[in-house]
Write a protein that binds this ligand. Sequence first.
Ligand code: CMC
Length: 427
Amino acid sequence: MSSTAKLIIEGKEYELPIVIGSEGEKAIDISQLRSSTGFITLDSGYMNTGATRSAITYLDGENGILRYRGIPIEQLAQHSTFVETSYLLIYGELPTRQQLDHFSQLLTTHSLIHEDMKHFFDGYPQSAHPMAILQSMVNTLSAYYPESINPFENVEVTAARLISKLRTLAAFSYKKSIGRPLMYPLNNLSYCANFLRMMYAMPTEEYQIDEDVVRALNMLLILHADHEQNCSTSTVRLVGSSLPNLFATISAGVAALSGPLHGGANEAVIDMLQHIQETGISCQDFVQEVKDKKANARLMGFGHRVYKNYDPRATILREMTATILSKKGIYDPLLDIAKELESVALEDDFFIERNLYPNVDFYSGILYKAMGIPTNMFTVMFAIGRLPGWVAHWKEMMESNDRKIGRPRQIYTGPNLRDYVPIGKRK
Ligand code: CMC
């Protein structure tokens, strides 16, 4: 293939370099376009814009492929732990035993939050959404850990601090919301077991760790750990490019994740399934309502900007959800509704023509529910899972030689030059 593309504007020919990724993905390098032609590109929603070169995650949406650092998501979900996968994403290689022990030790050392930060939880109303609390508390970490404020210093410790403390903040915000005593993490427990204990244990009684739930949680977090240049990760890169501290940067990522078109979809899926259950509407009629675009309704947990095939994460989750429900002896009618809704939609021309398949959020909510995690904590769980991905992208950007502040352009469509009119003379 030629290494340049030809662009003809107003009869004049320009050559633009072609860039090929390690999996054969093709791009036209337009970085010199404006200086050489006076034109910019316009691409609403960045549908065709590559914002960076990245060696972290490979995603082939047409063929339903997802790999972290080259390793298929299916293998990581089956064999790895969340901590090991976090290391892989952030540092680029699977850790040796020694590296993993060191990383785990860092997470253990930094699992507590400053005691004074606990008082902040008292200030939030009981009805506060845990994502709102999480976003503010992540940003607040920068006030308590000044040695982590310089984004070029103590990166290893700051990253570990954040990964460990996010879990503690999430569990504390849940405990606070239900008015129960906060539980401190225990040093001898794994990352996921510690989280479950902080969420559910009471100081008055022994807490039994359910290894099946620990395994399912590891898998859930691994599946969410990275997804290349999605909305929240792109936010992290954009905010991070102006060089604020990592806590402020990640807080922006949490905000982007909270929307129902992104991480908030898992909560919206359960609302949708419950609506179908409570109203008794058939899945066929519900799908028809979605197709009629009534009240802008969407089939939540379906469709994806990049996947035009079954999301591989949804396949793994569908199986894991059924396994956990049967192991725990839980019957959840929402799983039946979800499966029926999926089969109705997958046979419908509207969904077939638009390549709409279940995404990661379609089954994750049912699994969280089976694990006892309340609906308003679902997106918080997504944030815990996505954190190593955010950190990996931020670190990759900070170490890159062509790091620049993110600053897109625009095509101005407002009024042309006009004069200021004093208020008494305005029509
Ligand atoms: N239900 C019904 N119609 C849909 C859906 C859906 N879930 N998703 C897309 N469409 C239709 C849409 O109406 C449009 O139809 P038309 O061509 O007639 O106007 C067409 O498909 C293309 O949709 P789009 O909004 O242009 O596609 P997009 O790539 O901009 O949006 C999406 C991707 C994920 C925002 C969208 O599919 C959606 O809103 N899904 C539901 C929310 C959801 O599940 N989000 C979680 C995404 S996965 C987790 C994550 O990584 O964030």
